[in-house]
Design a protein around this ligand. Structure first.
Ligand SMILES: O=C(O)CCC(=O)C(=O)O
Ligand SMILES: [Fe+2]
Length: 352
C-alpha cells in the first residue's frame, strides 16, 4: 500500500487545538478583511422556475434572476429546491460527526501523499504555496465505477446512507440547473448538459474549517475559481466565510440556511462563451467558531471535449475560448504556475 499521509500529516484541527499557526499558513502580501461588504446574490425559487404549472410571468422572473446572477457575480442562491430542511440538517450532521471523530478513526480514510481523494488537508502543488486552513474529505461519487469505497466513512453509521441519498438528489438538481441555465439564454435546453456527457463526473468535498487564531493573515481557502461546470455548495447554516471577488473587491456571500449556493465553474464559463462568469472566491477563517461546508462539483466527462456553444458565438461576441479536453488536468498545471487556469483556454490571451 502506498504511504498514507498518516505518518506525515498534521491536520489543521490539531494545529487549532494546539493554538499554532505555522508560517506556511500565513499570507504576508495583504491583510485579510473578514468584514467586507455583503454580496447581493439573487435568490432563485427552483419550483417556480421549473414547474410547468407556474404562471409564465413568475417563471420568467426567476429565469431573469438566474441569468443576471450568473452573469454578474457568477452565483445564485437556489431556494425551494425540494430537499427538506430536516434532510439538509442530517447532511450537515454527518459531516460534523465525521470531523469530530478521533484522529485514528479518520486516518482510516486518509488520502495518500500523491492522491487527492480521501481525508486530508491542502494538497501541496508547489514549494511556495501557502496552505489552506482546512481539513477535507474528498470523494468521487459519479459515475459509480470511479468510487473508491475505502475512503467512504463507516462512522457515523448513517454516513453512507445519508450521503448516497444526497448525491442522487443533487445529480437530478444539477441536471435541472444546467437545463435552466441554457434555457435562460434561449438555447436548446440540453446544450450544456450534453457537453457533460453520459460519464460526467461528480465529486464531493466536505470542508472543515477549525477556528483560527489569526483570521487577519490566514485563509480557509485561497483565491481560486472552480474547475467544474457548476458547483453546488451547502454552506454552514450559521457561520459565514465565503467571499467572492467582483470588480476587484471582495464581498461576503450571505448564508441562506436551507438554500444552495450555485456557482458557475470555469467549464460553464467556456461553454457559455464567457456570458456566465466563473467567480474567483476564497474562504476566510473565524477566530471563535468552526465552519463546515460541502461542495459538490459537477464536471464534464474528462474524455469528452467541451467548448463554447456554437449559437453563442457571433459577431458581437466572437469565440473567446478554445475547445478543451480534460480541463481539470489543464487546471492543475496552470494553478501550479500561479496562473488563472481558464486563461489557458482563452483565445487571444493578450487581450484579456
Ligand atoms: O467552504 C466554502 O464555502 C467554499 C469552498 C470552496 O470554494 C471549494 O471547496 O472549492
Ligand atoms: Fe471553490
Amino acid at each position: 500500500m502506498a504511504e498514507t499521509i498518516g505518518r506525515v500529516f498534521r491536520s489543521v484541527q490539531e494545529l487549532a487545538n494546539s493554538n499554532q499557526v505555522p508560517e506556511k499558513y500565513i499570507h504576508t502580501q495583504e491583510l485579510i478583511n473578514t468584514s467586507s461588504p455583503l454580496l447581493d446574490v439573487p435568490e432563485v425559487d427552483l419550483t417556480l422556475l421549473i414547474s410547468p404549472t407556474s404562471p409564465a410571468a413568475a417563471r420568467q422572473e426567476e429565469f431573469n434572476k438566474l441569468q443576471s446572477g450568473l452573469r454578474s457575480c457568477g452565483c445564485i442562491q437556489v431556494i425551494n429546491h425540494g430537499l427538506a430542511d430536516s434532510f439538509l440538517d442530517k447532511v450537515r450532521q454527518i459531516s460534523k460527526q465525521f470531523f469530530a471523530l478521533p484522529a485514528e478513526e479518520k486516518l482510516k480514510y486518509a488520502r495518500t501523499v500523491d492522491d487527492i481523494e480521501g481525508y486530508g488537508n491542502d494538497s501541496v502543488l508547489s514549494e511556495k504555496q501557502k496552505l489552506d486552513w482546512t481539513d477535507r474529505l474528498y470523494l468521487n461519487v459519479f459515475p459509480e465505477d470511479i468510487r473508491k469505497l475505502q475512503f467512504w466513512p463507516q462512522k457515523p453509521e448513517c454516513f453512507r446512507v445519508v450521503f448516497e441519498e444526497y448525491i442522487k438528489t443533487l445529480k437530478l438538481l444539477s441536471e435541472s440547473l444546467l437545463k435552466a441555465m441554457a434555457t435562460s439564454l434561449n438555447m436548446e435546453e440540453n446544450c450544456f448538459l450534453d457537453q457533460c456527457g453520459e460519464r460526467g463526473t461528480m465529486i464531493a468535498r466536505f470542508n472543515f474549517y477549525p477556528p483560527c487564531p489569526r483570521p487577519d493573515v490566514v485563509l480557509g481557502v485561497k483565491p481560486h475559481a472552480d474547475a467544474s461546470a457548476i458547483t453546488i455548495l451547502l454552506q454552514d447554516k450559521e457561520v459565514e466565510g465565503l467571499q467572492v471577488l467582483k470588480d476587484d473587491q471582495w464581498y461576503r456571500v450571505p448564508v441562506v440556511p436551507y438554500g444552495f449556493l450555485i456557482n458557475v465553474g470555469d467549464q460553464v464559463e467556456i461553454m457559455s462563451n464567457g456570458i456566465f462568469k466563473s467567480p474567483v472566491h476564497r474562504v476566510v477563517t473565524n477566530a471563535e467558531r468552526e465552519r463546515n461546508s460541502l461542495a459538490v462539483f459537477i464536471m464534464p466527462d474528462p474524455d469528452a471535449g467541451i467548448g463554447p456553444v456554437e449559437k453563442l458565438i457571433n459577431e458581437e461576441r466572437p469565440r473567446a475560448y478554445k475547445n478543451v479536453k480534460n480541463y481539470v488536468e489543464l487546471f492543475f498545471q496552470s494553478y501550479q504556475q500561479g496562473k488563472r487556469p481558464i486563461e489557458a483556454a482563452m483565445i487571444c490571451q493578450e487581450f484579456h
